[in-house]
Ligand binder design. Structure first.
Ligand code: SF4
Length: 346
């Protein structure tokens, strides 16, 4: 069993935040060591033509030795790795050496997440001071030639506050300041998936009347970002329509891939990167089951979630659990994932 490419992504240190939209779910922070990283890489190495190793699934560069960990992941990986356009706003507010280091990796833009202004952003990020860190990160990124890219999660609770983000863009002059470093300012809205912690926000999920409240400039920016013609392509359809469309669907899906990306938590439990880190997606434990068993579990769809998706038609799950009266908006794929997770817990 040799895979062309395996990526392993260790949740070594966790995260300073407890975001209410966290799709991988909350967990106490771990304290994995460089030896744990070396161990995990060595376990998967025999099964990969190409191995790529990452030291975080949650906050990037959260530990003080982030530069050494970056170097170690490069040493354990085959070929070039991307840092991704994700940075730690928490670290950027506390470590003056961080922004120059990020810039030295060639990153041109970095994503930051807002839910409104101070109170809402702190509440939904799960940490007091998060909003101030994010504003500080915007200035710091720009000072080092990188553009802040703003992601906004929308729900019924924060939709009325979005004009304040529109105003913030002008107050901070983000459009001309990005232009001055040769970058386009990007901002986009969506409602996120409905798994992990985000599933708890189902009661306040956006409905069509909320879309009329979205600030027009943020709508234009979002459509440009998503390369969409209209908000239906971004926010999806009402659950009632999805239930009507999908109730007769016989569709199933084989979620196994020959280039697995595996999230490994602080206790060495492994999950595919497209599922929440919850029991129905757990592929096994690296220490007790081993890498071969984890890969077999993935490739043979042995987890309850993958097995259900492979064997139970979408229509069966939707008829059992969909709400035909709900106006909540979902993209088709997010809705199937939401229903699948609930079906697995039945
Ligand atoms: S969404 Fe990301 S930053 Fe927020 S709690 Fe989850 S892992 Fe941490």
């Amino acid at each position: 069993m040799l895979y062309p490419h395996i990526s392993i992504v260790l949740d070594m240190a966790g995260c300073p935040n407890r975001c209410k939209h966290c799709w991988i779910g909350h967990s106490p922070n771990g304290h994995l060591t460089e030896n744990d990283l070396r161990y995990a890489a060595a376990q998967f190495r025999p099964y990969a033509e190409k191995l790529t190793v990452y030291d975080w699934t949650r906050e990037p560069d959260y530990t003080d030795d982030y530069r050494q960990r970056w170097a170690l992941c490069n040493e354990l990986s085959d070929g070039e790795r991307d840092h991704f356009e994700l940075i730690s706003a928490w670290r950027m507010a506390r470590d003056p050496e961080y922004a120059p280091w990020v810039a030295s990796l060639g990153i041109k833009a970095a994503q930051l997440t807002l839910f409104g202004v101070r109170e809402k952003t702190d509440y939904y990020t799960g940490r007091r001071g998060a909003y101030d860190d994010i504003l500080h990160a915007m200035d710091t990124l720009l000072a080092h030639g990188m553009a802040p890219r703003i992601q906004i999660f929308v729900n019924k609770d924060n939709v009325d506050e979005l004009p304040l983000i529109d105003q913030l863009i002008d107050d901070m002059q983000l459009i001309p300041r990005c232009a001055a470093i040769g970058q386009e300012f990007v901002c986009f809205m969506h409602q996120g998936s409905c798994d992990g912690e985000n599933e708890k926000l189902y009661p306040i999920r956006s409905t069509p009347d909320d879309l009329a409240k979205l600030p027009p400039r943020l709508v234009d920016m979002s459509l440009r970002h998503w390369q969409a013609d209209n908000l239906v392509q971004v926010f999806g359809l009402m659950e009632a329509d999805l239930v009507a469309h999908l109730s007769s669907s016989t569709e199933t899906e084989n979620l196994a891939e020959n280039e697995p990306v595996l999230y490994i938590d602080k206790d060495f439990n492994a999950y595919p990167n497209f599922g929440a880190m919850e029991p129905s997606w757990c592929l096994g434990n690296l220490k007790t089951d081993g890498a071969a068993a984890i890969l077999r579990s993935f490739s043979e769809n042995r987890t309850p979630a993958q097995h259900t998706r492979l064997t139970v038609p979408v229509g069966t799950m939707v008829k059992a659990l969909g709400d035909p009266a709900s106006q909540r908006l979902f993209t088709r794929e997010d809705y199937i994932q939401y229903i699948l997770n609930r079906y697995c817990r039945k």
